[in-house]
Design a protein around this ligand. Structure first.
Ligand code: ATP
Ligand code: MG
Length: 161
């Protein structure tokens, strides 16, 4: 059990450096009194860095990444990572979390092994958390900073009582 902020802060520092290099705006909204979460800190660091890494890598220069956290439902604290990158087309959404699955567009343009989300999903399940993805199915030819983007929410059980 540990304070989420202690995991998030160092991750945000290194993400900020990459964002700057890639000309992305990275903003975080973290309330001061986040609950303690029931998770392994090393595991959670890996989960979050995989999802943040995707936002940094798939969002076009000039784009925005927003990281938020809070207890939005009973027993769980959510960490939301949103970007205004290309979004994930429906045919890819259905396969997210499969080992070695890469998006149709990522496949040809952006290097990766298609393992980040598969690992994240498995680790989140181990911690009895959940991962959700929201992404409008759009045409992947849209490449502007105002593209609709993607949001991942990672839900972790909080320490109660
Ligand atoms: P790896 O993480 O192993 O380096 P990867 O990023 O391709 O490779 P995943 O992190 O598992 O693999 O992501 C799977 C696919 O989901 C990606 O190939 C990409 O098409 C899509 N994807 C994931 N996150 C985003 C995002 N924030 N915006 C757009 N597409 C995304
Ligand atoms: Mg990845």
């Amino acid at each position: 059990d540990f304070a989420l902020i202690d995991i998030l802060n160092p991750l945000l520092v290194s993400a900020q450096a990459i964002a700057q290099e890639r000309k992305l705006q990275l903003i975080s909204h973290l309330p001061p009194n986040l609950p303690l979460v029931r998770a392994n800190s090393k595991t959670l660091r890996e989960v979050l860095s995989n999802v943040i890494d995707n936002a940094l890598k798939y969002t076009f220069a000039g784009g925005k990444i927003l990281i938020q956290a809070g207890q939005e439902k009973p027993h769980f604290c959510g960490i939301a990572i949103s970007d205004n990158g290309p979004g994930i087309p429906q045919q890819d959404l259905e396969h997210l979390g499969e080992r070695h699955y890469r998006g149709v567009q990522a496949e040809t343009e952006i290097p990766g092994s298609g393992l980040g989300l598969a690992i994240a999903k498995q680790l989140i399940e181990q911690m009895q958390g959940e991962i959700e993805v929201f992404s409008p199915a759009i045409n992947s030819i849209i490449k502007s900073p105002s593209a609709p983007g993607t949001t991942f929410i990672i839900w972790l059980p909080i320490v109660e009582g």
